[in-house]
Design a protein. Sequence first.
Length: 76
Amino acid sequence: MMMRPPDALGPNKKGDVNMMSRIWHGWTTPANADAYESLLKSEIFIGIQERRIVGYRGIQLFRRNLGDEVEFMTVT
């Protein structure tokens, strides 16, 4: 990953706009995984979208079954 100083944000020489992504990880039991995913989609993600954060482009949700736990990862 290559990072530029904050004052370098904005369009670069080619006109591309730089973006920052945030990654969040969470884990739960397989028994709670469906409810956890539902909570993320129906409340947490909607709450983030309603804040209308400048530069916000959406959320990607990933789910992985690891046997005795389920991992969730979001990228915003």
